[in-house]
Design a protein around this ligand. Structure first.
Ligand code: GTP
Length: 647
């Protein structure tokens, strides 16, 4: 038995160790790459010479040597690719909306030279050992090649675990070619082929009569078994990456990151602004482009904002179902720690839900695990100019806190108000926080210069002194209006129309309720008083009361069918008119004909606009408000998808 167990364990160990070593080398500072590459090339040359030397021998030792040479020869392929020496002609993300064969073509271009290098290396190894009895090295190389190709195709077609943390920063563009979905059609074939070959090899090993054959067949069988395991790791909810946590240690960020919180009430235009901000951050030469991570937190169990922010060059991490103030505070803290370890970002943009407690969120950023990494913090608060006066009358504490904690206030949606109302909003805000800079905007459009100062506002004591001196907190009032193009294909809603009568429902949206109306409505949880803002940590025991004071609940549903545009608009108008309770915010994504729309109710106005959805998008809707008529909403949205089905 030891004839099988020892080579089996040897193969397992050497595979695990060499994989971890490559991950480790890959996370070291870039100047080390040339030395790693030089080392890998020397090792490759030694492996080819070694393979020639042992190819004529059929001893147990020769089996071990040949396996090791085959495996280390493969190491060169990995190092040369992951360190960026041998990749492909394409070094940029796939353009948005690029699909099908074109997308596949772009994917091939990202690693064309790498694939050709593998073919070249395989030819060298095959030729060097041609006609010789010891082919274990060749087979080891071939099995690794198979594992690599199959895993690569699977992550392209879609799997659950993309193991993006193993991708070094300079290969970030590859993420646009990875797809997250539970499974793809190739996966069962990959598993079956590996299982058949693995079984044949183990069966050969069992029948082998020499120590050489037993060891050799066991090596190949174990490599095939590892291929199977690696594939299952792609789709099962297992933290397989933890196997190489030691290798990832070198990937830990050496630098701190800037944090921008984009706050504001429901529908104020946070996501609209974030999209522009991401554009701004991505619109710089590649060498100076920052690694940006977006953390987005929808109020409902079903997130929408994450979908709207993807595809803009940043990694998007969703924290659905919450307010970043109650139970989610711990989730946020651990999520942030994970983001720091996994992505080593230069900048983290956080979009809390419209009812989040900003003071608590800032408190999370002060925690010891996160604070040392935080270089600066700026709080950009979006204000819906058209809804502010009404909302302020109802939720004075909430808006006071948001204004006082802001380092920049953007009075958005100025296209919807008169100049007099806009001035009134600005004056009210300025009175709440005399030091804050206020600018006005349409569709969240703000010039880039604004951020040169604001991103450095609220500097940490840990930040370099010269940096702080160079970028003072903006205290000068400066009000200016910036014109912006409205969102494309925006269709303002006509006068409120009646809800379509609930028809026979085929696919009722699946409802998820997220009710925060507990017993604490009496708490007035403004984080700031007229004399200033309390330290966020003083509020830990009462965070949930903030949400309760606002008294919102949410409803979410999925829209299984293609919707009828007119029916959808009628439902939106009815919802905006208050037919389904007092809706503060509604948003969703729906399929209409061959395309997609993003629809909204914000500030009691309904709107729809075209949306470029990725292939795996889910049509869905969420509503946030008070006294929501959930059954009515479910029937109405089911009605818009049914009407077309019935025609
Ligand atoms: N008329 C007008 N509409 C705007 C403007 N800015 C954003 N909107 C629209 O307002 C709606 C809400 O915008 P979002 O950016 O999703 O608002 P949000 O603050 O992220 O909303 P939540 O995530 O629900 O809190 C969308 O329909 C936007 O197109 C603006 O300046 N003028």
């Amino acid at each position: 038995m030891s004839n099988y167990i020892i080579p089996g364990l040897f193969a397992l160990f050497i595979w695990w160790f060499s994989t971890g070593a490559i991950i480790f080398l890959d996370g070291l500072p870039r100047p080390t790459f040339k030395w790693s590459m030089l080392g890998a090339t020397t090792v490759f040359a030694i492996c080819v010479i070694g393979l020639v030397k042992v190819s004529g021998e059929q001893t147990v030792a020769a089996a071990y040597w040949a396996f090791g040479f085959g495996l280390f020869a493969w190491g060169w392929q990995e190092i040369s690719f992951y360190m960026g020496f041998v990749t492909g002609p394409r070094t940029a993300s796939c353009p948005e909306n690029c699909k099908g064969w074109k997308h596949f073509g772009h994917a091939i271009q990202t690693s064309l030279w790498h694939e050709l290098a593998i073919i070249g290396s395989a030819v060298i190894i095959v030729v060097a050992t041609w006609g010789q009895p010891n082919q274990i090295g060749v087979w080891t190389f071939m099995v690794l090649w198979w594992m690599h190709q199959s895993a690569k195709l699977n992550v392209f077609l879609g799997v659950r675990n993309l193991n993006e943390e193993f991708l070094p920063e300079h290969l970030n563009f590859l993420k646009s070619f990875l797809k997250r979905k539970p499974m793809n059609l190739l996966f069962p074939f990959s598993i079956t082929i590996s299982t058949v070959i693995g079984t044949i090899m183990f069966e050969h090993a069992g029948r082998a009569t020499t120590g050489f054959a037993r060891a050799g067949d066991t090596f190949i069988g174990v490599m095939m078994a590892l291929a199977i395991l690696e594939h299952w790791f792609l789709v099962l909810p297992l933290p397989a990456a933890k196997l190489w946590n030691w290798g990832l240690k070198s990937h830990k960020p050496a630098r701190a990151f800037d944090v921008e919180i984009v706050a504001g009430f429901l529908g104020a235009g946070k996501t609209t602004f974030m999209r522009r901000r991401l554009d701004m951050l991505g619109n710089v030469p590649v060498e100076t482009r920052e690694k940006t991570v977006v953390l987005v937190n929808d109020f409902s169990t079903v997130g929408i904002d994450g979908s709207l922010l993807r595809g803009q060059g940043a990694d998007v991490v969703e924290l659905p179902n919450g307010c970043i103030c109650c139970t989610l505070k711990n989730d946020l803290a651990s999520q942030l720690e994970e983001v720091v370890g996994k992505f080593a970002p230069d900048r983290v943009l956080i979009e809390p839900s419209g009812v989040a407690d900003l003071a608590s969120l800032i408190g999370v950023l002060e925690r010891p695990a996160i604070a040392p990494f935080k270089r600066s913090l700026s709080v950009i608060t979006m204000i819906d100019a058209s809804a502010f006066l009404g909302d302020f009358a109802e939720m004075q504490g909430h808006f006071t806190a948001q204004a006082k904690l802001a380092s920049l206030l953007i009075v958005n949606k100025t296209d919807l108000v008169s100049a007099a109302e806009r001035d009134l909003v600005e004056e009210t805000l300025q009175r709440l926080n005399p030091d804050v800079r206020i600018i006005t905007a349409r569709y969240g459009s703000v010039p880039a210069e604004v951020f040169a100062a604001t991103t450095k506002a609220r500097k940490d004591p840990t930040a370099a002194d010269d940096e702080r001196a160079a970028t003072p907190t903006p205290t000068v009032r400066h009000v200016q209006e910036y014109e912006a193009k409205p969102a494309p294909v925006l269709t303002p809603s006509p006068a409120a129309a009646p809800t379509p009568a609930p028809q026979q429902v085929n696919h009722a949206p699946q409802a998820h309720n997220h009710d925060h109306a507990h017993d604490h409505a009496a708490h007035d949880h403004a984080a700031c008083t007229d004399t200033g803002c309390d330290h966020p940590d003083h509020h830990h025991d009462h965070d949930h009361a903030h949400q309760d004071a606002l008294g919102f609940s949410s409803w979410a549903g999925t829209l299984d069918n293609i919707c009828d545009a007119d029916a959808l608009r009628h439902v939106l108008d009815a919802a905006a008119a208050g037919n389904f309770g007092s809706i503060a915010r509604l948003k969703g994504l729906a399929r209409i004909g061959r395309g997609w729309v993003q629809f909204d109710i914000a500030g009691h106005r309904a709107s729809m606009g075209a949306f470029a959805a990725p292939a795996d998008e889910e049509p869905r809707v969420i509503a946030i408000g008070r006294n929501l008529d959930e059954a009515g909403l479910a029937a109405a949205f089911a009605g818009c998808s049914m009407r077309l089905a019935a025609e």
